[in-house]
Design a protein around this ligand. Structure first.
Ligand code: FEO
Length: 169
């Protein structure tokens, strides 16, 4: 595997675990606020990110590369209130999209078609993650300022359950 592609894929394991840690931090914040549904939504989001990390790890192993596990940073976002957290989520997903695109560029330059195909799933997934984060902002802006609306939104987010990624390696 091309050295640059390999390095970026390895770094992405860490970025995905950082994403998990960040969303777990948001989850902890919401549980502390008594918004258990939001807390649940972000806890499941954290599980998804861990699954993404494992896919990058498995992909490297499947291609004969030994992954190197790097230190995961402490979540460092500062936020003041629900809307801040939701906006941080969207901007973080946009950042992750830029990372995936960057790996795709490197794979394309190296004519690494297998990695490009592997990344296709993540490109689609990032579209969904940005859409979900954007929808959450819109719905919070519509309903979040009303106690009853917020209660219903929180209840709905509390019903989210985890399902493993559709990508199998
Ligand atoms: Fe693994 Fe939310 O991107």
């Amino acid at each position: 595997m091309d050295g640059k592609v390999q390095e970026l894929l390895n770094t992405q394991i860490n970025k995905e675990f950082y994403s998990a840690y960040l969303y777990l931090d948001f989850s902890v914040y919401f549980y502390d606020q008594g918004l258990n549904g939001f807390g649940n939504w972000f806890k499941i989001q954290a599980q998804e990110e861990q699954a993404h990390a494992m896919l990058f790890l498995q992909y490297l192993q499947n291609n004969g590369v030994k992954p190197e596990l790097l230190a995961v940073d402490k979540p460092d976002k500062t936020f003041d209130g629900t809307i801040d957290v939701l906006k941080e989520t969207l901007s973080h997903e946009q950042y992750v999209t830029s990372l995936i695109n960057n790996i795709y560029d490197a794979a394309h330059n190296a004519k690494d078609y297998r990695t490009m195909q592997f990344l296709d799933w993540f490109i689609k997934e990032q579209g969904e993650e940005e859409m979900n984060a954007g929808d959450l902002i819109k719905r919070y802006e519509l309903f979040g300022n009303d106690a009853k609306g917020l209660y219903m939104l929180d209840s709905e987010l509390g019903a989210r359950t985890y399902s493993a990624p559709s990508l199998q390696l």
